[in-house]
Design a protein around this ligand. Structure first.
Ligand SMILES: [Zn+2]
Length: 192
């Protein structure tokens, strides 16, 4: 399975993650736009089978891939937490399968359980669930690179873009200047 690993960070208690009372994360290979029509179909199938499609469309902005819609607003509250918990619960067999294919430990599965149970808890209590998708990038040959990404849904920009020009995000439609969202910086030299 090809794709990109992205980290979903979540926390409770305070808008500022540094002041969170509880936090966790989950990493999954889900791919960037254009990666998996199959995954996209499975999301919609889950929503239909859980009778959540209408509720989902009212509560979330629909993106393509749908994946990004789940995490683009923070904090999530009330019904959005319960819709997301139900969807992720229905998705559990697919996550288990992806872990068998891609990952060497079941730690990610425990992270997933914790994510779902925390969402369920927030849905009941009304507590805000703060969430963020970590940036895509890599560190190599002394350079730390962050790829350009949409500031709204956090999808990576994969198409060519004109410098200093606003373009619509291919996933959510938000207009932004891609060049302003990526960076490449020299990593500090390790002291000998
Ligand atoms: Zn976007």
């Amino acid at each position: 399975m090809a794709g990109t690993a992205r980290i979903i960070q979540w926390w409770l208690g305070h808008e500022d993650r540094e002041k969170a009372t509880e936090q966790g994360h989950w990493i999954w290979f889900f791919g960037e736009p254009g990666w998996s029509d199959n995954l996209e179909n499975l999301f919609w199938k889950s929503l239909r089978e859980c009778y959540l499609e209408e509720e989902f469309r009212l509560a979330f902005q629909v993106t393509k891939p749908l994946w990004f819609a789940l995490w683009m607003d923070s904090p999530l509250k009330g019904s959005r937490c319960s819709i997301l918990a139900a969807l992720l619960c229905d998705f559990l067999p697919i996550v288990e399968e992806s872990i068998e294919e891609c990952l060497s430990t079941t730690e990610e599965l425990n992270d997933y359980y914790r994510l779902v149970t925390t969402l369920e808890r927030c849905a009941e209590s009304g507590e805000p669930f703060y969430v963020n998708i970590g940036a895509n990038g890599h560190a190599d040959l002394g350079w730390d690179t962050t790829f350009p990404r949409c500031p709204r849904c956090k999808a990576q920009v994969i198409d060519k873009y004109p410098p200093n020009e606003r373009v619509p995000c291919q996933v959510c439609g938000f207009f932004f200047i891609p060049a302003e969202t990526g960076s490449r910086t020299r990593m500090p030299r390790p002291s000998l």
